[in-house]
Design a protein around this ligand. Structure first.
Ligand code: GDP
Length: 595
């Protein structure tokens, strides 16, 4: 078969012979024959790894490609929530419009819950309430024939990270501001979260029924935080409402639909199944109930769901009204029964092939070999590297200072610095006077920002959270030092002195092809160790003929993180396949200079 006829096929990192046969529309016997011809004895139910499956697939006329797994691309790139990037990968022609997902944020007591309930009561048609009757954290309404999904993010008094994640899961944020109280700290935080997640904001100016309401003052306050009312030629819609009197709700829904029209809200109902956990609970009668918001693909009864580290086959599925359903598409909130433990709100969920797959992924997450949600946050030291790798063009900062008099020169000098360096845009997400608090770190976590403190310190709680989330906090007392560090970071000069250290050597004993174009080397480690995350040089006749990254490291058929002296292993490199028997491999890492 010629190359032009080769069909692309996506294969997981592990697949049974039977499943592979189905995928490539061959009989299992054919597959087993090809495996045998390649020296692999496998039974029909046995799992084979991607490399092996790829050999079979390419021999049978397919061009195999390794399935991208969620956790290979965690939310670490900041800006765009992961699920939106998945949708961006879908084929344009498969995308269809889906209802916008809206979440309500705002300062405590400004009326979030009341507003959410008011919209629910006036717009949700009472359902039959079949299997389940409970208030769930998400619902869908219809306004002028168009659906809107509302998502509640639990957590009442404090601004929790769940609300931060809520902004990440939504297409539009309604920012509730009480007209008698105005812009308050959590209003600012909520606005920052929405901006960080690049989610448009519609302001609901609530409590307009009160005599003390002062909408003009509140609009001025909103303009100060960059939410300039459209009536003042800004681009923020500000809708006066009274949640308690149920007034202005239609205007609010109208504003949401208008905003939705301006952004691309689509998904692929046939694509990768992916979504967010809205809430989870343990019900005395029904076991674990999880409310999920589906962002892409279609979930069906009997699918195996992996949500964070909880997994299980869907035993029953309900819509937000409690009606039993058998499948659900994008932007639909659902409640499922069948997970083995309660998932965390904000976790991603997806559908996997089997419970066995789910278990092995969970085991890898637990052993630390695979990261599911663990973020690797940006630091000033690695900014340049991330810029070079195309992962970021933004340096996002949260700045806390002792007095206004120091805040202003800091931000204006940073803006100047940004103007001098067009390769990166310096974005100041939030600036305020006062110590670094937990909520600053929370914002940094959600938006992949660095927290800078000038002549202030970090609260204990802030420090603990920063440590847990890997957020970088930098404290300064001299403005010049701060600017100098940022400038060095942009130029890639702020690296801690990194030195290269050779950690192991191996001899190439054999070469074998792992797919049509890829060749791996069978080696023996002759000194030290070879590490999966190290770099590798290929040395032939005393000359370095390649220097680059390791693509895979295996012992027998298993992927491993390191192989020590005396052991044999299989090594594949990125962009190098010309191994020859007798080549010397030298593995090295970079580490901080001890001196
Ligand atoms: P949340 O903390 O933002 O969820 O706020 P709640 O929805 O719990 O509301 C806080 C308080 O404000 C409650 O006592 C509500 O009854 C009251 N409230 C909410 N909306 C309105 C409104 O439109 N007008 C008036 N007068 N009170 C309201």
């Amino acid at each position: 078969m010629s190359d032009t006829e080769m069909k692309k096929i996506i294969l997981p990192s592990n697949i049974s012979v039977r499943a592979l046969a189905e995928k490539i529309e061959a009989s299992p016997i054919e597959v087993i024959k090809v495996l045998m011809a390649n020296g692999v004895m496998a039974s029909i139910n046995q799992n084979i790894d991607f490399d092996t499956a790829a050999v079979v697939a390419s021999e049978l006329g397919f061009e195999p490609e390794l399935e991208k797994r969620l956790e290979e691309e965690p939310e670490e790139k900041g800006e765009i929530p992961f699920w939106r990037r998945v949708i961006a990968r879908e084929n344009e022609k498969d995308l269809v419009a889906r209802p916008p997902v809206v979440t309500i944020l705002g300062h405590v007591d400004h009326g979030k819950t009341t507003l959410l309930d008011a919209i629910r009561q006036t717009n949700v048609a009472a359902g039959e309430k079949g299997g389940i009757t409970q208030h769930i954290g998400a619902y869908q309404i219809e306004h002028k024939g168009k659906k809107i999904t509302f998502m509640d993010t639990p957590g009442h008094a404090a601004f929790t990270s769940m609300r931060a994640r809520g902004a990440q899961g939504a297409d539009i944020v309604i920012l509730v501001v009480a007209a008698d109280d105005g812009v308050m700290p959590q209003t600012r935080e909520a606005a920052n979260h929405a901006k960080a997640a690049r989610v448009p904001i519609v302001v609901a100016l609530n409590k307009m029924d009160l005599a003390t309401a002062n909408p003009e003052l509140v609009k001025r306050q909103l303009a100060e935080i960059d939410l300039v009312p459209d009536e003042w030629d800004g681009d923020t819609m500000i809708v006066p409402v009274s949640a308690i009197k149920k007034q202005g709700l239609d205007d609010l829904l109208e504003a949401i639909l208008l905003t939705a029209d301006q952004i691309d809200i689509r998904a692929n109902p046939k694509g990768e199944v992916l979504g967010t956990v809205v809430e989870g609970e343990l019900d005395r009668f029904r076991g674990v109930l999880a409310t999920l918001l589906l962002q892409n693909g279609t979930v069906k009864m009997g699918d195996t769901v992996l949500a964070g580290k909880a997994y299980g086959k869907i035993k029953a599925m309900f819509d937000y009204r409690g009606n039993r359903i058998s499948k659900a598409g994008p932007s639909t909130p659902i409640v499922i029964m069948g997970l083995n433990e309660v998932p965390n709100a904000g976790d991603l969920f997806r559908v996997v092939a089997s419970e066995k797959d789910a278990r092995s992924i969970v085991a890898e997450i637990e052993s630390g070999e695979r990261t599911f949600t663990r973020p690797t946050k940006v630091t000033l030291e690695d900014l340049f590297e991330k810029m070079q790798a195309g992962e970021t063009q933004e340096l996002r900062l949260i700045i806390k200072a002792d007095v206004q008099g120091s805040l202003e020169p800091i931000t204006s000098s940073l803006h100047e610095l940004g103007d001098q360096h067009p390769e990166v845009s310096i974005v100041i997400l939030h600036q305020e006077i006062g110590n670094i608090s937990e909520s600053d770190v929370m914002l940094a976590t959600a938006s992949d920002a660095i927290v800078i403190g000038f002549a202030v310190e970090a609260d204990n709680a802030a420090e603990r959270l920063a440590e847990k989330e890997g957020v970088s906090i930098r404290l300064y007392t001299v403005i010049y030092h701060l600017l100098e560090d940022v400038e060095k970071a942009i130029k890639g000069m702020l690296k801690p002195e990194m030195v290269e250290r050779v950690i192991g050597k191996a001899n190439v004993l054999a070469t074998f092809s792992v797919s049509r174009f890829k060749v791996a080397a069978g080696c023996r480690v002759i000194s030290g160790e070879i590490r999966r995350n190290g770099h590798m040089r290929v040395i032939r006749d005393g000359k370095v003929i390649f220097d680059g990254e390791i693509a895979s490291l295996k012992r027998e058929k298993d992927d491993v993180r390191e192989v020590r002296e005396g052991f044999e292993c299989g090594v594949a490199l990125k962009n190098f396949h010309a191994f020859e028997v007798g080549d010397l491999l030298e593995c090295y890492i970079f580490e901080k200079d001890a001196a």
